[in-house]
Design a protein around this ligand. Sequence first.
Ligand SMILES: Nc1ncnc2c1ncn2[C@@H]1O[C@H](COP(=O)(O)OP(=O)(O)OP(=O)(O)O)[C@@H](O)[C@H]1O
Ligand SMILES: [Mg+2]
Length: 363
Amino acid sequence: MLVTAVEARPLRSLAQARVELGPGIVSLVGPNGIGKTNLLEALYFALTGRSFRTGDRRDLIPFGESFARAEATVRDDDGIERRLLASVSRAEGRRHLLDGSPADPATISYNRPPVAVFAPDRLALIKGPPAERRAHLDEFLAARWPARADLRKRFGQVLAQRNALVGRIASHRATPGDLDVWDETMAAAAAPLVAARGAAVSELAGPFASTAEELGMEGAARIEYAPRAAGSAEEIRAGLAERRDADIRLGRSSWGPHLDELKIERDGRSLRRYGSQGQQRAALLALLFAERDTLLQARRVVPLLLLDDVMSELDPGRRERLVERLASGGQALITAASMDSLPDRASGSVVRMPLVISEAAAA
Ligand SMILES: Nc1ncnc2c1ncn2[C@@H]1O[C@H](COP(=O)(O)OP(=O)(O)OP(=O)(O)O)[C@@H](O)[C@H]1O
Ligand SMILES: [Mg+2]
């Protein structure tokens, strides 16, 4: 699957911008403030309906305007092109259209490549709370094993129902015995999710360690899955039964994969708590590349990689290695303030910003 074009019409500082994209690496080069990140954001918005920079889509609306809009053209392996359009308007809220018609998120994600973003603010994945890493891991496992894609959602639904029941028991509107069936249902939903997360991390661990080393992280980097409740459905159910009284006191479920952690460490210490900014950046890159390599090897659809400002903080040797990795397959967009920071292999397909608007388009 290939993204062949992106358009911002308008989005933030981009009044009207269109860029055609080829396979492989595309570099966006231009001075600070010219709109490179805005263009990546436009692409991300068109594909996912969200921003990677802000939770409030209205931030994308150009100052003084009333709406923002971005469009992407995606070509699938059979050569069929589809257009994805995302918009947000002060008056009408947001829309996400596939070939001009509203589509549900599942249909949209089926018709676009997964997207992975490296940007300075994405460090929350390393530095932030465990929920960020769980969500990210679940996205990866859905791309790796599409048949397991709904394990997270299924578990989430069961958890919400069990929590609601625990709340009713706490306020004496239900009895503890009512939990029997929900413990069993929750354990049955939890066990395959725990197994899938474990399998995902064991595939990623090797590539993560070697990529981190390649990108210059001193010390040994590793990732490890730390499930809150491991084992078979029967074992998880037994764990739930054991904690029943505590759960009723707490008013929520204190056992299960909603409390899992993906540990990311350097020399045995948490990078989240003790890592430097540079080490956290390297860990984030290593994780994204480990995922990409794993998906490539498994012949899955590889995520489109948006790498914002990644070159500036790497030395020339590491830039080369990064680009070499990118060249092994899949599509990537890189931003850079100047050509000097781009290795030769990344300077084949360069889009210079500001974009020169053709006379026809400007008319
Ligand atoms: N909602 C908005 N409406 C209009 N302009 C905006 C909006 N949000 C941000 N901008 C402007 O967009 C510009 C920044 O664009 P962007 O972040 O894409 O730059 P960049 O090329 O990535 O720069 P750098 O190399 O420094 O990262 C700033 O001038 C900022 O004021
Ligand atoms: Mg930028």
